[in-house]
Design a protein around this ligand. Structure first.
Ligand code: ZN
Length: 65
């Protein structure tokens, strides 16, 4: 079972300071229609990002843009 911290680091491809609880995203993966997990995390003190990661493939996205 992946932890919030691990999931956030997978999405960020870097270490993160803090991660909130994992939740299920309402949307399916655009690549494979798999289950998408969502996690809010802080990559740095001044930034809060919501990231999404597919459970079945490598697809990941953040709300940065
Ligand atoms: Zn996928």
């Amino acid at each position: 079972m992946v932890t919030a911290q691990t999931l956030a680091e997978l999405i960020e491809d870097d270490s993160v300071m803090e991660a909130e609880q994992i939740s299920e995203a309402e949307t399916d993966c655009p690549e494979c229609s798999g289950n998408v997990l969502e996690v809010g995390y802080m990559p740095s003190v001044t930034e809060f990002v919501t990231g999404q990661k597919c459970q079945d493939c490598d697809w990941a996205a953040t709300d940065r843009n």
